[in-house]
Write a protein that binds this ligand. Structure first.
Ligand code: GLC
Ligand code: CA
Length: 549
């Protein structure tokens, strides 16, 4: 089947289901809740939904530890609710994308239970190794979440590899039977009518032959040996050839540590095996590789990341654009300003929504939710946060340690969606499974619905504009004043029009800068986050100008 590119015209909304909306009052978000909110999502101008995992799972990593790939967790409403959501999505002309997590399973998955007992054909479904003769671990790799990447299983008498939590054993993708299982899962959902997959840490699935020690990298020791491993393109091509090519669907690959040149090997429109890629460089303007090594926010770094991907993919592959997801703290708390929450939220929106690519919004981003700041580390739920808190900055004061967590924790962005100012932010009528950010009385959907100038309505306006402009969909991208640390200025130009976006990231007034060749006197100002734009840019002001040729 010829590959369709419908996703190029879309805007996606990511649902992290536990915290989106509770439909049955048990305190946990679910698909009944999603059903209630489909019109809301559509009203944003979003026409696609990506679900973080909703399969049965013990929840060691909030669903990214899957115990059954071909079912929907009962607490989310089971298959019955899922089919209603799928129909509801399609009736509205929208698309639905599932999360495919096949680098690892839950240790409670039947495959693992049988593998540890050496029951065929499951014996080699996972990556098992005996201890070394000197009693040492099979190699020196670290897991991404909980210390070393190896855990000893008493029952089997061997170590298993887990690149994430102890309860997330890695599958052995070199085993053709495992790849067949993956294809079965894909066909199961595609046959049901699902429109595509977001593929979780998919670049990790092929490990270096012999699982050699890694000596190079001080953080994430081992990553160079399993990220973009030896058979990765072969396996992905196999999935494409045997499954994706037979459906009208699309694939979005999550790829930690990837640069545009390497990304093209995966997503080049002619030769790639996948359609789009979630890169992490845009998340590293205030940290070094990971949120856990924070640095001061640098607009120049943010711009460089954006522009690199825009320039280098241009004409060859399609960008996935995002500022937030369930793995990073809230963007206003990081790249914007909590003091200028509305203004900086809007400037952040303009800084990414008009780039080339398919934008994704994460629940709550559209109303400018901020980092959750618990007063006690015990309140954290996330496995990675808990491990990091217990093992780092031990010589610092409690205040400093908590402060670091607010800056880095995934839980900062996992609190329940703030729907209104009633108890529990209108998220549930029961007791919420997780803490609600106390700022919900001010920051919530209902309040912003009523205000035409709210961030929520600004997102609606910006998305609508994006969809109506040929230059934004297909035009060339160009950045100006690259080293300016206060302003992000970029243009998009197509045959019949061009636009210029000017975004201030300053808490003070700034002199506006317009590149030569752009005659403001002849432009139409189509978007601005202040009602009366003047000579100077006000704090976090952003403007979009349009020229018709
Ligand atoms: C991805 C997911 C993250 C999860 C991890 C392990 O990075 O986005 O939430 O914890 O993979 O599956
Ligand atoms: Ca529920």
């Amino acid at each position: 089947m010829e590959r369709k590119r419908w996703y190029k015209d879309m805007v996606f909304y990511q649902i992290w289901p536990r915290s989106f909306k509770d439909g049955n009052g048990d305190g946990m978000g679910d698909l009944w809740g999603v059903l209630e909110k489909l019109d809301y999502i559509k009203s944003l101008g979003c026409d696609g939904i990506w679900f973080s995992p909703i399969y049965p799972s013990p929840g060691a990593d909030c669903g990214y530890d899957i115990a059954d790939y071909m079912d929907i967790a009962p607490e989310f409403g089971g298959m019955e609710a899922f089919k209603k959501v799928l129909d509801g999505v399609h009736e509205r002309g929208m698309k639905l994308v599932m999360d495919l997590v096949v680098n690892h399973t839950s240790d409670e998955h039947e495959w693992f239970q049988k593998s540890r007992k050496r029951i065929e054909p499951y014996t080699d479904y996972y990556i098992w190794r005996p201890a070394k003769p000197n009693g040492k671990l099979p190699n020196n790799w670290d897991s991404n979440f909980e210390g070393k990447a190896w855990t000893f299983d008493e029952e089997r008498g061997e170590y298993y590899l887990h690149l994430f939590a102890v309860k997330q054993p890695d599958l052995n993708m070199d085993n053709p039977l495992v790849r067949e299982e993956v294809k079965k899962i894909l066909r199961f959902w595609l046959d049901m009518g699902v429109d595509g997959f977001r593929e979780d840490v998919i670049t990790y699935i092929s490990k270096a032959e012999g699982l050699p020690d890694d000596h190079l990298f001080p953080i994430y020791k081992g990553m160079p040996k399993y990220n973009h491993g030896p058979h990765i393109h072969e396996y992905l091509a196999e999935f494409k050839r045997d499954v994706f090519d037979h459906y009208d669907c699309f694939t979005l690959a999550e790829a930690p540590l990837v640069w545009p040149k390497q990304a093209l090997k995966y997503i080049d429109e002619e030769k790639g095996q996948l359609d789009m890629m979630i890169q992490f460089q845009c998340q590293c303007a205030d940290c070094l590789f990971t949120d856990y090594i924070p640095m001061k926010f640098s607009l120049v770094r943010m711009k460089k990341a954006f522009s690199d991907w825009q320039y280098k993919l241009s004409g060859r592959a399609w960008n996935m654009l995002y500022l937030e997801n369930h793995d990073h703290p809230r963007i206003i708390s990081r790249y914007g300003s909590e003091k200028f929450r509305e203004e900086s939220g809007k400037t952040l929106a303009v800084s990414y929504l008009f780039q080339q690519g398919t934008p994704f919004l994460y629940q709550g981003q559209e109303i400018g939710m901020l980092n959750w700041k618990p007063e006690d580390a015990e309140m954290y739920e996330d496995v990675q946060t808990r491990y990091n808190y217990a093992h780092s900055n031990l010589n610092k004061s409690k205040e400093e340690r908590l402060h670091k967590m607010w800056r880095s924790s995934r839980d900062s962005a996992r609190t329940p969606m703030q729907w209104d100012s009633t108890e529990n932010a209108g998220f549930t009528t029961g007791k919420p499974w997780f803490y609600v950010n106390p700022n919900y009385t001010e920051i919530n959907v209902a309040a912003q619905e009523e205000n035409p100038d709210s961030l929520l309505n600004f997102y609606r306006k910006a998305i609508k504009l994006r969809k109506s402009l040929e230059s934004v969909r297909f035009g060339n991208y160009k950045e100006y004043y690259r080293l300016n640390s206060k302003l992000y200025v970029y243009s998009r130009e197509s045959e019949n029009e061009k636009i210029l976006a000017v975004c201030s990231f300053s808490e003070k007034e700034e002199k506006i800068k317009i590149p030569s060749g752009f005659d403001i006197a002849k432009a139409e100002l189509i978007l601005c986050n202040y009602s009366e734009p003047g000579e100077k840019l006000l704090p976090y002001e952003s403007r979009v100008y349009l020229w018709k040729k």
